[in-house]
Design a protein around this ligand. Structure first.
Ligand code: AMP
Length: 200
């Protein structure tokens, strides 16, 4: 199996080649065609499996074929439990998306909110966020989640462990029903399965 057989657009394949990857990891080989076909996805994946590219590459491909984002209305939302992971995922989005016109931003707490507000106002296609700061933006009306086409929950088990379940439910209630949902968790406890069942 090579990356060229997965159905990704040339601009995305170019970025993958620049990273020096030659073979898709198992999760990438399975996830990428499913996501490109518009399916929801639930995957058990630890860090180190290549899961980030597994959702980022097809997400970029999906978004590339649509209209650019309007001010404050991202088209894809990636939720992560920590700032570190949010920053890492956004770095991946920037690298894999370097030959596309899509814009991304990352928002998390503990840093000034004004630069984030300015970015959101300019319009971002992909927003990577931790739950608390995301809801701060919603309540300040600097962010509108009603145009989200793709939702990614990364490390969902850690988000539950960190007590984010109420925030996550609030966020889910603000998203359109017809979005595509990609759900990643290292473990599948009863609570995780319940959340996944509600979502997918
Ligand atoms: P992740 O599991 O998403 O945190 O990725 C783990 C590491 O694997 C990252 O440093 C990626 O750059 C790298 N990686 C992802 N996909 C591939 C691939 N197909 N071939 C080689 N390295 C990869």
């Amino acid at each position: 199996m090579t990356f060229d057989e997965l159905g990704l657009p040339e601009a995305v394949l170019r970025a993958v080649r620049e990273k020096g990857y030659d073979t898709p990891s198992p999760i990438q080989a399975k996830a990428i065609p499913l996501v490109l076909d518009g399916h929801d996805l639930m995957a058990a994946a630890q860090t180190g499996t290549g899961k980030t590219a597994g959702f980022t590459l097809p997400m970029l491909a999906q978004l590339d074929s649509g209209q650019p984002a309007a001010s404050r209305r991202p088209r894809a939302l990636v939720l992560t439990p920590t700032r570190e992971l949010a920053a890492q995922v956004n770095d991946s989005v920037v690298q894999y998306g370097k030959f596309l016109k899509l814009k991304s931003a990352v928002v998390f707490g503990g840093v000034k909110i004004n630069p984030q507000i300015a970015k959101l106002r300019h319009g971002v296609d992909i927003l990577v966020a931790t739950p608390g700061r995301l809801l701060d933006h919603v309540s300040q009306r600097t962010l509108d989640l009603s145009a989200v086409e793709i939702l990614v929950l990364d490390e969902a088990d850690r988000m539950l462990d960190m007590g984010f379940i109420r925030d996550i439910r609030k966020i889910l209630a603000l998203l359109p029903d017809n979005k595509q949902t990609l759900f990643f968790s290292a473990t599948f406890s009863k609570d995780i399965k319940k959340l996944a069942n509600e979502l997918l």
